[in-house]
Design a protein around this ligand. Sequence first.
Ligand code: FAD
Length: 501
Amino acid sequence: AAAEPKTIVVVGGGITGLAAAYYLRRSAEAAGLPVRVAIAEASERLGGKIETLRKDGFVIEKGPDSFLARKKAILDLAVDLGIEEELVPINPSGKKSFIVFRGKLHPMPDGLMLGIPTEIAPMLKTGLLSPAGKLRAGLDFVLPARKGNDDESIGDFLTRRLGREVVERIAEPLLAGIYAGELDKLSLRATFPQFREAELKHGSLILGMRRAMRRRPAPAAGAGGAAGQAGQAAQTPADAILARYKGAPFLNFRRGLATLVEALERELSGAEWRRGRKATALRKGAAGASDEPARRYAVVFDDGEELQADAVVVTAPAYEAEALLRDHVDCGMLRAVRYASVANVVLAFDKASFGREFAGSGFLVPRTEGRQITACTWTSTKWLHTSPPDKVLLRCYIGRSGDEDAVSLPDNQLIRLVRHDLEELIGVTAAPVMTEVTRLHRSMPQYPVGHVEAMRDFKRKLAEALPGVWTAGAAFDGIGLPDCIRQAKETAEAAIRELCG
Ligand code: FAD
């Protein structure tokens, strides 16, 4: 008999789920394996955290606002989808950013890499640190590396190397901005393993990061070169993109990140969709209908439908994944990943009445400042595609792990408190011509200390208990969009290999 197609159900239509479905179909085709891919998304809208609002000439990101260019999985996907011509780089002249200290904006010292100083002179000059704080940071050059191989929190690590002042006033606002997290609780190994590598290899975080910083430019000559035989000819399309944008650290698409979601949706038009329906349970050993072979699993939906599956890829947040998997495997690792809630308020102003120039891309507000806003991005300066030329677009962030109450305030109160902080910090008194409030409840996974080992252990147990069931996405191995896409691709390839036996 002709081979019956294998059915694979992907749970979640965020970037991980959509990319996984795309790569499942591609890998299956390459392997000559007939498959049916079904994508289950609880919401009617695809994209998960990615949501772009296109309105009145603005391109407004309600979730992620760009991606790190150097992690190439996302560039490879853009090339595969034929949307690489839509890419836009961050505005190189809008780079300068600021940190609030005691109610005043201070320029971020030059030479920071992920919040870690790599140059001495700007650190000596900055008004963000006391003389004692600067001296303490200098101890990094002489302090021995910690012994042992266990994980620790980012906060413990950075305090140990650089002292509390650098952590609270510089590193925390920068790094916490990425994770909306508390540095004293986030796993170093799961978030910035390169910090620990720098310590081990160079005996100093500052020296190690300086080396990394110096290695970074010249993207065209990067690691991809080793793959080919004849030097220059080995450039991959992703390397070519990096070279074209001269190493811009962040990229987006002209019409926003939704471009990626829309392209995937187009590519996946032949897939089976379950939109607006939530997967509520996973059942083992599904007996197929009489005219169908038995499948290994059934995915049960909130409306009672059961979809038979040979393989399942779960890309939902940890707390949703747990509901599907806990009857079959120990889900302690999933429960340990807590989620912070955040909100952001986008404000648009008429340039003519705004009455203020701002040379930079925005500012960060350390936790110790005791304000509601955690950061403000000067979006129209940072991303030229986001706003008509006669407007100013700002995006203010609210909420971080352990400080999330304000996220639930009604729109008008959120707007009021953001405007209050903007007035106090940078003197903005103009009335916005448009506002857009977005709340992302339980949206930022917080990898706890020991996460990497716990995740490996969980994945091993999952493979034993439920062969053919996979997990991927922000809950697991990196929250950034490129990391989610990398996980999606790796998982899809592994799933197809397993199905091929
Ligand atoms: P999600 O996007 O959460 O998708 C999971 C999907 O599964 C959702 O659509 C959900 O509805 C669905 N689902 C859940 N349970 C079920 C179920 N039982 N049945 C069916 N469907 C279900 N990353 C960057 O790279 N750059 C940034 O600038 C950036 N900024 C960010 C700003 C914010 C405010 C947030 C919240 C995140 C940001 N991130 C950023 C991180 C990045 O956006 C996310 O990690 C990524 O989008 C997660 O994708 P995902 O597909 O793994 O999960």
